[in-house]
Design a binder for this molecule. Structure first.
Ligand code: GLU
Length: 474
């Protein structure tokens, strides 16, 4: 079998993380099987379409490296890859169903359907269109919806993720295939397209699972073998109690890219939303995913989206880079005052924060004190748990002793480390007191990288100058 998977988003808004995960899994399955990955834009609901989102979808896929082989902006043997440009194809397949007596023109107005619905409610029966099939349907001329003439029956099928599923005949109904505006419904169009495009695997969200029996009915009516199906679990908020929504902080994927998240880290994080390889490994390179991913190991229950885990994964990727690699990547993220600094200095600065950097856009906040003297902020000392307890005199004394000791240093990291340790003895203070005080004096920010590294990179003149300013301010 030739593996052909597709990602079939509707251009109705920004791509959400669930959509991207579907795309990623479909891409992985295609690449693992030496097959093809196809992008198909499902733009049959013209009212819901949001301009520009088709480009956004393509940008997201490109940004993550999920290259597709066929798609709206690429040539391919089964195009066009936009459903709105395939109307004649759906019409052809619809006509086939009409000819075989498996579809009929829907004669009812919305009010009539509503009346049927109310009637069913009153008699406490589920409402089914098939109970109201017209006896002699008019010839379908496209001005009314076209409905499937369903054949109610029980189904059993296998879903690669959800396992074996069976349903009874009651869920089968005469669903709409073509709308009166000439566009097909999703229910019909995706079946036609997947067949025409020779798709081997349908990988999609859970919202479609309940409709599968009706799809199976359509496949039979069209005499098509259904592709392999794999239903993705929901993505839940970080507490795991609701479906993820924008309010839970899930951002547009392109925002993550803009803030300096690595595409590989995003891919790893998204892949592990509902999948793991059966070990405790949490971070995967794309190469590893290609070796290890399988639909069979996708979990059935919802997967939690926890942005802190994304930060952690991204930090992992940042730490695993060489300094030179990282330096190249962060080029556009330096704070403004770094623009005149030398490459050597910036690399030294970067080395001090590489361990702690979680995404590139954090760089200015973490490093700006290396490039400019920040105004003295008395709150930093006052609000510090340990330092807040000391009087100005005590603080001044600690800084003065430190300054005297550091004046004798050559400012190599090794010498600084030794002297800082000896200062702890001299002052009989804990690191949480003395080092915090020095850190604040030197950086005017609440946290900073290792003290001796910071001092060493900042240099003797600047460091002593800043300690002096802090003494004077106290
Ligand atoms: N257009 C559908 C959606 O955006 C696609 C579902 C499918 O993959 O078949 O959810």
């Amino acid at each position: 079998m030739t593996v052909r998977t597709r990602f079939a988003p509707s251009p109705t808004g920004l791509l959400h993380v669930g959509g991207i995960r579907t795309a990623l899994f479909a891409w992985l399955v295609a690449r693992q099987g030496n097959g093809q990955f196809i992008l198909r834009l499902e733009d049959t609901d013209q009212k819901r379409e949001v301009k520009g989102t088709d480009q956004h979808i393509m940008d997201c896929l490109m940004a993550l490296g999920l290259e597709y082989d066929e798609g709206p902006d690429k040539k391919g043997p089964h195009g066009p890859y936009r459903q709105s440009q395939r109307l004649d194809i759906y019409k052809k397949w619809a006509d086939k169903l009409v000819a075989s007596g498996r579809a009929y023109a829907d004669p009812y107005t919305a009010e009539e359907v509503q009346a049927f619905r109310e009637l069913a409610q009153k008699s406490k029966k589920p409402f089914l269109y098939r109970n109201h099939r017209p006896e002699n349907p008019a010839k379908w001329d496209g001005s009314t919806p076209l409905r499937l003439k369903s054949e109610p029956k029980a189904y059993k099928w296998h879903d690669e993720v959800m396992g074996d599923i069976s349903t009874g005949p009651a869920v089968i109904d005469d669903i709409i295939l073509m709308k009166s505006d000439g566009f097909p419904t999703y229910n019909f169009a995706h079946i036609v397209d997947d067949a025409e495009m020779q798709i081997s695997h349908i990988i999609r969200g859970q919202e479609f699972l309940a409709s599968v029996p009706n799809y199976l009915n359509i496949y039979e009516a069209l005499d098509i073998n259904p592709p392999i199906m794999a239903t993705m679990p929901h993505i839940l908020n970080e507490h795991g109690n609701k479906k993820l929504s924008k309010r839970d902080g899930a951002k547009d994927l392109m925002d993550y890219i803009k803030e300096g998240y690595l595409p590989e880290a995003l891919v790893s994080f998204i892949a592990t939303l509902g999948w793991n390889d059966g070990t405790t490994q949490e971070v995967f390179s794309t190469k590893e995913l290609l070796q290890k991913f399988s639909l069979a190991k996708v979990q059935r229950s919802g997967a939690r989206f926890d942005e802190r885990r994304l930060l952690w994964v991204n930090g992992n990727f940042i730490r695993s880079m060489s300094l030179d690699q990282l330096y190249e990547k962060v080029e556009s993220f330096w704070p403004e005052p770094a623009k005149n600094a030398t490459t050597i200095y910036k690399k030294q600065v970067l080395a001090t924060v590489q361990e702690r950097l979680k995404y590139y856009a954090e760089l200015p906040e973490l490093t700006q004190f290396f490039f400019l003297d920040l105004p003295l902020d008395p709150q930093l000392i006052k609000q510090n748990k340990q330092l807040g307890k000391l009087s100005n005199e005590e603080l001044k004394k600690l800084l003065t002793v430190s300054k005297t000791e550091l004046e004798q240093s050559d400012f190599s990291t090794k010498d600084l480390t030794d002297r800082l340790n000896s200062l702890l003895n001299q002052t009989n203070q804990k690191p949480a007191v003395l080092f915090s005080l020095l850190r604040i004096s030197i950086t005017q920010t609440p946290s900073s990288p290792g003290l001796s590294d910071t001092l060493s990179v900042l240099g003797k003149v600047k460091s002593l100058e800043r300690i002096e300013s802090q003494i004077n301010a106290l």
